[in-house]
Design a protein around this ligand. Structure first.
Ligand code: PEP
Ligand code: MG
Length: 574
């Protein structure tokens, strides 16, 4: 067994189809000065054909994976339009008389090298996009289209050294049982696509396999644990066949509770909502029975592109989201960038402590143009559903007041353009900074709702960087200090009579249910994948029992005691 990184859940078993690595090993051809014009013509023809192909692929896949995810190919098109990229190629051709494909190869390799040097996984994965576009352009220049295609009517497990989004888009995904990728991480675009297609994926196997996988090898891929077996013994296969059957049975069984009201056995209703980053995720969440959206992470609309999304473009996405959520609410969180979420086209300052730095609402209050554009787009969408606005990373009343002042200005701007919006749109805040917990009673007087972001709250309450693997064992959302912060926040919201929900990962953690039942939190927002599991646990629980457990939890002195006590409840609940 080899262990990679599980990047898209599910178990796949089948024969390998290995995508051969296409080597760029053609000679360094030098051209005659008199051929320069012809060579430029070849370059431009190659670019034009590559663009046509990309536009075609984009149209083809957008029906399957949704418009936003297919915008991955806009990033590819933008590379072909990039003046710096083109200029470098032309200079090499003009000054060194190198053939178009030789100049293109040099520039691509230089760009890939620059991205690879960066100490940032996201950026490293963008190098793959450049390689993908570069490969396409080179193939067009060299008329080299010989491709080894997978078997047509036979399902297979795709194995690749690197997998580019356009390679994946070219294949008939209904035949792909699972995917193994040697390089690349879970945030690569192809990983995002695999998750959207629901194909189990394991990445990061480079250097771990005793020998390369061959076409026809029998593979088992566990996209949850990252475990991979190559030509396993019969007993392993039998065991995984059982797990695969159980996995699909559990998923099928869970489907049967989609339509049921989400009530504990003693009649306490909990609203299960979705955390989404795109319309595609919204559709998935709705198909899993989500009662609305508790957190729309809008930063994904700003990623994978070269410029800020315009008001109309954002409005279109928010409008569609509002229409699809119908009578349920749609909480749109304003841009939460900074720290681990960066945008290519906005240079944020280098910081020693990015999580404590220029991020989220701090950027929005500084970049008023950017913030108001987003607010106008959300306001305009507010007449199409039950849209609410939420500010991230609030730590003071001044920030709320300043944000609300800009919201007022955005409203006035729409009024002067004679555009309709909900004048009474509700405005809430994320509670994810200890300062916000400490003044929760005061915040509750000025906002319409709270949503607790347990991911950041744990990070800031415990002073543990949530991205730092070395100290990951300190990151314990069940620490008594986090529990007390949750209680203080919920108590403040209840005293002021405003709703409070939870949208951090803890909301979808089955172990945490007694905490929500004990606190009386009735709105939990989580990823689509967790919804039905949590719902099933709720259907089998009792709120009264949850309250009793919670009283004991509050008396625990350590995180370990809390985890152990919750595990006891867990076993009782099954
Ligand atoms: C949180 O911090 O808990 C949260 C939901 O926001 P994000 O994970 O996007 O920071
Ligand atoms: Mg957060």
């Amino acid at each position: 067994m080899v262990k990679g990184i599980g990047a898209s859940p599910g178990i796949a078993m089948g024969r390998a189809f290995v995508i051969p690595v296409w080597e760029w090993d053609f000679p360094d051809k030098i051209i005659d000065v008199s051929d320069l014009a012809y060579e430029f013509q070849r370059l431009h023809d190659g670019i034009r054909s590559s663009k046509h192909e990309l536009e075609h692929i984009k149209r083809e896949v957008s029906d399957v994976i949704g418009q936003e995810k297919s915008s991955i190919f806009d990033a590819h098109l933008a590379i072909l339009d990039d003046p710096v990229f083109m200029n470098e190629i032309q200079v090499i051709m003009q000054k060194q008389y190198k053939a178009a494909e030789v100049a293109v190869r040099e520039v691509i390799e230089k760009f890939i090298g620059m991205f690879d040097l960066l100490d940032d996984d996201y950026m490293k994965e963008r190098a793959l996009d450049i390689r993908d576009v570069g490969g396409r352009l080179l193939k067009n220049l060299l008329n080299d289209f010989e491709e080894t295609l997978p078997p047509e009517d036979q399902p297979y497990i795709l194995v690749a050294k690197e997998l580019t989004p356009s390679q994946l888009a070219r294949l008939d995904v209904s035949n792909i049982l699972g995917i193994l990728v040697m390089l690349g991480g879970a945030t690569s675009h192809s990983a995002i696509m695999a998750r959207a297609f629901g194909i189990p994926l394991v990445v990061g196997l480079e250097g771990k396999l005793p020998q390369p996988i061959q076409n026809g090898d029998f593979l088992i891929v566990d996209g949850e644990t990252g475990d991979v077996f190559v030509n396993p013994a019969d007993d392993v296969t039998a065991q995984y066949m059982l797990s695969q059957r159980q996995y699909s049975q559990t998923r099928e069984q869970l489907q049967t509770i989609i339509g049921l009201p989400c009530l504990t056995q003693d009649g306490c209703e909990i609203r299960l909502e979705a955390n989404i980053g795109s319309l595609k995720e919204l559709d998935l969440a709705l198909s899993h029975g989500a009662s609305g959206v508790g957190l729309f992470r809008t930063e994904y609309l700003y990623m994978d592109r070269h410029t800020l999304p315009k008001e109309d473009e954002q409005f279109e996405v928010y409008r569609q989201a509002a229409e699809r959520t119908g009578q349920h609410h749609l909480i749109i969180r304003t841009l939460d960038i900074g720290a681990d979420k960066q945008l290519d086209y906005i240079t944020l300052p280098e910081e020693d402590n990015p999580s404590l730095g220029y991020r989220a609402i701090r950027i929005s209050l500084d970049r008023k143009d950017l913030f108001k554009t987003q607010l106008r787009a959300i306001l305009r969408a507010s007449i199409y559903g039950r849209v609410k606005i939420m500010y991230p990373m609030i730590s003071s009343l001044e920030e709320v007041r300043m944000a609300n002042k800009l919201l007022e200005e955005a409203k006035q701007e729409l009024l002067s353009r004679l555009l309709p919006f909900n004048r009474h749109i509700e405005v809430g805040v994320m509670i994810e900074v200890p300062a916000a917990v400490a003044i929760a009673d005061m915040l509750a007087e000025e906002v319409d709702f709270f949503s607790i972001g347990t991911n950041d709250l744990t990070q800031y309450v415990l002073a543990v960087d949530r991205m730092n693997e070395t100290i990951a064992h300190y990151y314990n959302p069940f620490h008594p200090a986090v529990l007390r912060s949750l209680k203080q926040t919920v108590d403040a919201a209840k005293a002021a009579g405003i709703p409070v929900g939870v949208c951090g990962e803890l909301a979808g953690d089955l172990r945490a249910l007694p905490i929500w039942l004990g606190l009386g939190v009735e709105e939990l927002s989580m990823s689509a994948q967790s919804l039905l599991q949590v719902k099933q646990r709720i259907l089998n629980s009792s709120a009264e029992r949850g309250r009793a457990i919670f009283a004991k939890l509050m008396a625990c002195k350590t995180g370990n005691e809390i985890v152990e006590l919750l595990a006891e409840f867990d076993s009782l609940a099954k």
